[in-house]
Design a protein around this ligand. Structure first.
Ligand code: ADQ
Length: 746
């Protein structure tokens, strides 16, 4: 797989931090490697692919700008790392404020840690804007832009406005929260709108992707497919792409670094006779360090046989220390470390080795190699690279991974021993089991994990992201050509007149007549009945009226139009011309699901003055045209989210229509009926289909490109043509009727 943009352009990576960080020492500014998962993963990838990296270089104040400048220039020249400078107040509000005290906690399901203030939000917007300018200034046509993570959620849309044609991808490294929690976030609409400016949105797991789709539906009322959401007529591709590591960055270190190899031998001697448990985390409350320490204390207290036989090495890198919560966490961790060693340790045994600093990569690898068990206890984590790094260092198949089921890694590392880190007692029991696992099982599990981590490495991930992004961008570029055109009456009349066999498929509400306040008020006026009679009277025509209405309703209104196909409830049943009876499209009974869904809809009726439920044979419809518009839309989103979860395993779905939510079987759709119509009206050389809402889109999608598919009204559509309203459509049908009459007369 290739990693280079096929467009011939360059790759521009944008993330909050660069892989290099500036640190002020007594001697002045020095360059250090950045810590954290994003830098660990992207650094090797970018070294291989080549490309520019745009990111923030850390807080700077006016008087030290000059002294930093030469270092930043060197970064740009040597490493192609381009630093964005943020004014100090913007940087603080953006990074410590909205990004890390609003987005981080809420995205990790810790709403109680949410702190919001408007100034921090404004700083977040401003920082994203400054980033967008930095990208625009480097961008050249055909470049591919890859935006990373929660700090830059507004960036895709900002870039789309400035660079409408650019290929823009976004990867979220952290989880996406459930649709119950996401709406808590102040400015949630802007966040979602920011994201959907991209061509590709990728998440660590399918679970996160599903939660994102649920949030889109609930907050913006936007429906999506599993792999795509349409923003107007612009498609946005959705993907789950679990990140990997560069295994050889770890495995090569033990052999290449002699000093570390010696240190490793020292450690092996020091811990001989003891089992080593290892934990490596940024000191963040989402990583479950406190919970781990408590579970460890529980284990030691409940299993005295382990006394002096095990050691837990906990590496904790300081992080975000400007934020109070992190300082409190550090204090509590320190207290617990003291308590465990003080109360459980002996003169010959320190049960817990606590290292509260960043360590070198080679040292980390030596520890991975040494550890009998790696204990990843995240309360919530996008992926967790430590789990993968440990496994990569276990080529011989020794070692056991204990992994939190709430880390994204759990979705693809099923051979690990999974824990619920909130359950102290059972976690302790699982760790005990890990320590005692027999060799055969250990090898079996570790070999499977190791092979997978090596196979699905970060290059594989990067290459897949860039391939999908470029596919998505080229698909979008094709879309404008597929935009519906205005219908030219001359062309269609000409085509109609020349045709020998015609299939005309018409929707009713919103297409032939305007919407009425209540469904029963939309009685067809005589003009429409005359028009339909004129069309069916032409023996070359096969006319079908496809509606969401019930069979009984269609009979009552169109029973006098002889020779027309009637299709009721979006395709659930139909009546051929001159037939006295209705036939179901599938030989099925309307199912019992209605008994479960009806009480929910009734509950929504109670909550929404002016709304009501219509019961059909095959479906149920909640109408809210008369409800207060904003409240109605909000409740409609709620209702669809609730029904989607409830009906997930069934063949019934909730569909949004024009001020309605319709619950019906998936197979009852206009696209399915088409096959039946085409089998009776064989080989038509003129196919005409007109409709105004989403149910008609199923039909347009099924029809070949040479069919005349007409969307009535505004909004996105797959139809080839649009007309303004029902009156415009009637004018076209009148033209058809007149040209038929004229021909017969001549
Ligand atoms: P992080 O939250 O930073 O990343 P993680 O995936 O565990 O979490 O990555 C941490 C990285 O830092 C690892 O590469 C690890 O080796 C390194 N590291 C940790 N402690 C260290 C120490 N003391 N010294 C040196 N290095 C240390 C975010 C998301 C994760 C997601 C990654 C990548 O929160 O869920 O896996 O991005 O997408």
């Amino acid at each position: 797989m290739s990693l280079e943009p096929v467009s011939g352009g360059r790759l521009i990576v944008v993330s909050n931090r660069l892989p290099l960080t500036l640190r002020k020492t007594e001697k002045g500014w020095i360059t250090e490697r950045s810590s954290g998962g994003l830098a660990s993963a992207m650094n090797p990838l970018l070294r291989k692919v080549g490309g520019d990296w745009i990111g923030w270089a850390g807080i700077s104040v006016e008087d030290d700008r000059e002294s930093r400048r030469s270092i930043l220039e060197e970064w740009a020249e040597k490493d192609r790392c381009f630093a964005v400078d943020l004014p100090e107040d913007v940087a603080t509000g953006f990074y410590e404020g909205y990004a890390n005290q609003a987005l981080w906690p809420v995205f990790h399901n810790f709403p109680s840690q949410l702190k919001f203030d408007t100034r921090a939000w404004e700083a977040y917007v401003e920082a994203n804007r400054i980033f967008s300018e930095a990208v625009v200034s480097r961008y050249q046509p055909n470049d591919v832009i890859w935006v990373h993570d929660y700090h830059l959620i507004l960036l895709p849309q900002m870039l789309r406005q400035k660079l409408p044609d650019a290929a823009i991808g976004f990867f979220l490294h952290i989880p996406f929260p459930s649709s119950e929690i996401f709406p808590i976030l102040p400015r949630r609409e802007e966040l979602l709108e920011g994201l959907i400016g991209a061509d590709l949105l990728a998440f660590q797991t399918h679970g996160h992707l599903q939660q994102f789709r649920a949030a889109l539906l609930r907050v913006l009322g936007m429906e999506s497919k599993i792999e795509q959401v349409d923003v107007g007529s612009r498609p946005v591709r959705l993907e789950a792409l679990p990140i990997g590591i560069a295994p050889e960055e770890y495995t090569s270190l033990l052999t290449s670094d002699r000093a570390k190899a010696e240190q490793y031998s020292d450690w092996v001697a020091r811990y001989s006779g003891r089992k080593v448990l290892l934990a490596v985390d940024r000191l963040d409350y989402t990583k479950g360090v406190l919970e781990r320490l408590r579970a460890y204390a529980h284990l030691l207290r409940s299993s005295p046989a382990l006394s002096e036989k095990v050691v837990l090495i906990q590496i904790a890198v300081p992080t975000r220390e400007g934020i109070d919560t992190y300082q409190d966490l550090r204090t509590e961790v320190n207290r617990l470390v003291g308590e465990i060693n003080g109360k459980i340790g002996t003169p010959d045994w320190t049960p817990l080795v606590y290292i509260n600093r960043s360590i070198e990569r080679a040292e980390l690898v030596a520890l991975y190699k040494l550890a009998d068990v790696c204990w990843v206890g995240s309360l919530r984590d996008g992926m967790n690279l430590v789990a993968k790094e440990y496994v990569a260092c276990k080529a011989e198949g020794d070692g056991v991974l204990v992994l939190s089921e709430f880390a994204g890694a759990a979705a693809e590392m099923g051979e690990a021993l999974l824990i619920n880190p909130f359950d102290e007692e059972r976690t302790a029991a699982t760790v005990e089991r890990a320590l005692a696992l027999d060799e055969q099982e250990r090898r079996l599990r570790m070999t499977a994990l190791h092979n997978r981590v090596v196979r699905n490495d970060v290059f594989h991930w990067g290459s897949r992201f860039l391939t999908v992004l470029q596919e998505a961008a080229s698909k979008r570029r094709l879309y404008p050509e597929a935009q519906p055109q205005r219908l030219r009456t001359f062309d269609i009349r000409d085509s109609y007149t020349r045709a020998r066999r015609r299939l005309l498929i018409l929707d009713y509400d919103g297409t032939l007549v305007p919407f009425a306040k209540r469904p029963e008020q939309a009685v067809p006026p005589p003009e429409v009945i005359d028009l339909l009679n004129a069309l069916v009277s032409d023996p070359q025509n096969c006319v079908a009226l496809l509606s969401g209405r019930t069979a009984e309703n269609l009979d009552r209104w169109f029973g006098t139009v002889q020779g027309m196909w009637l299709v009721a409830e979006h395709g659930a049943e139909f009546k051929p011309p001159y037939s006295p009876t209705w036939e179901p499209l599938r030989l099925q009974m309307p199912a019992e699901w209605k008994n479960k869904v009806m009480p929910i809809l009734e509950h929504f009726v109670d909550r929404t003055p002016g709304s009501f439920v219509e019961e059909k044979k095959w479906g149920l419809v909640w109408h809210y045209r008369l409800a207060e518009p904003e409240f109605g839309e909000w409740l409609a989103n709620e209702l669809v989210s609730m029904l989607e979860a409830m009906l997930a395993e069934t063949e019934v779905r909730a569909f949004r229509g024009e001020k309605i939510i319709e619950v019906k079987p998936v197979w009852a759709n206009k696209g399915e009926v088409l096959a039946r119509l085409e089998s009776v009206c064989a080989n038509p050389d003129f196919i005409f289909a007109a409709g105004d809402d989403r149910t008609d889109e199923d039909l347009f999608e099924r029809l070949q490109t040479d069919a005349w598919t007409i969307h009535v009204g505004s909004g996105p559509t797959r139809a080839s043509y649009v007309v303004m309203d029902f009156e415009s459509l009637r004018r076209i049908l009148k033209l058809f009727a007149e040209s038929g009459n004229a021909r017969r007369a001549s």
